[in-house]
Ligand binder design. Structure first.
Ligand code: ADP
Ligand code: NA
Length: 332
């Protein structure tokens, strides 16, 4: 298997990012066999599809890399890099831009959603970035790409581009990447409102646990998290209509690496007065070492930059024969 996955570099990662995305990456890395490779990249080029502040983009890229390292991505086992330092991404992007059709991109629902009525004033990059995404994975002949539901259409597009490129130029260059839909990835909701997801863009800091939060802040946010006055039931079926309660049980389960029903088997009959301190203890036990490593890495940015440079060199070497073959295929 060759797994390729990217994440936009943003600052201030939270528990939702950790449990819903980064922890899944670490699990993939840890499940790798000797013939498998995981490539994880910071999509700093994709960030240019929206207005950016240069200093923030750079800081966010380093911060995100530090966070991934702190969470357990191991640069000795996985290839961790930022897209901008591997120019083959943009080179292959251009070759594939000759293959992708306007109509295919016009049909992307993310483009339609984001562009809305103001498509004329959006960046060209916002329209074409699914082609860059195709280049991101085809460059490494990815066999599997982890995708959330909102990215499934873009992976389909990558497969369409690969098929047309192989067909148009009579080569068998790009394998068709398969989606890797993680059943384990939980969706973590806001601590203040069980109907919206935990997000860095939520104006209320109390709605989320940031990976940089101190033990006291974590405990305080969980103590004040919205819940209800009922006791915990025997199974998750009993949490229907109790979104906040379900969320706290989901968080506990994800942190413990067990199913929500297993959490309930242990805590059924307890009210939140008793459950929340247990959840806080577990959250602190899991997140404190991550935070401490993150703090250390943020104090040693050259070490983070060195890890990224090491990853970029490995990615460049892996990409070179495929890029060369793609150039030859089109006559360059
Ligand atoms: P945010 O919503 O805070 O802006 P991003 O959109 O940058 O987060 O998401 C980065 C990654 O983290 C994505 O893979 C996304 O699916 C995951 N993620 C973000 N928020 C959550 C959440 N609340 N629960 C689970 N996964 C999440
Ligand atoms: Na977001």
């Amino acid at each position: 298997m060759r797994i390729v996955s990217g994440i936009q570099p943003t600052g201030n990662l939270h528990l939702g990012n950790y449990l819903g995305a980064i922890k899944q990456w670490v699990a993939m890395q840890d499940a790798m066999g000797p013939d498998d490779t995981c490539l994880f990249f910071l999509a700093d080029l994709h960030a240019l599809s929206q207005p950016v502040v240069a200093a923030e983009l750079h800081a966010n890229t380093v911060e995100m890399a530090a966070t991934l390292l702190a969470c357990g991505i191991d640069p000795a086992r996985s290839i961790l890099f930022n897209q901008a330092r591997v120019p083959a991404h943009t080179e292959l992007n251009w070759l594939l831009s000759g293959t992708a059709r306007m109509g295919w991109l016009n049909r992307m629902t993310q483009w339609k959603d984001k562009a809305g009525k103001s498509g004329e004033t959006q960046s060209v990059a916002l329209f074409t970035y699914p082609v860059l995404q195709a280049a991101d994975v085809l460059l490494y002949k990815a066999t599997h790409v982890p995708v959330g539901h909102d990215q499934k259409q873009h992976l389909e597009l990558a497969r369409d581009i690969a098929t047309k490129f192989n067909g148009d130029f009579g080569v068998d260059l790009f394998p068709l990447p398969e989606p890797l839909i993680s059943k384990a990835a939980p969706r973590i909701m806001s601590l203040r409102d069980g109907s919206v997801k935990m997000s860095k863009s939520d104006p209320s800091d109390a709605s989320r646990i940031n990976l940089i939060d101190s033990d006291d802040v974590i405990a305080g946010k969980l103590r004040k998290a919205k819940s209800d006055a009922d006791v915990l039931p025997e199974t998750v079926a009993g949490l229907e209509g109790r979104a906040e309660a379900l969320n706290l049980v989901t968080i506990y389960a994800a942190l413990a690496g067990v199913k929500p029903d297993a959490v309930l088997a242990e805590h059924a009959g307890k009210g939140f007065g008793a459950f929340k301190p247990a959840l806080a203890d577990l959250a602190i036990a899991t997140l404190a070492p991550v935070r401490d490593r993150l703090t250390a890495l943020l104090g040693d940015r050259p070490a983070v930059a060195a890890a990224l440079a090491h990853g970029a060199a490995k990615a460049t070497a892996l990409a070179a024969p495929t890029l060369r073959a793609a150039q030859e295929a089109v006559g360059l």
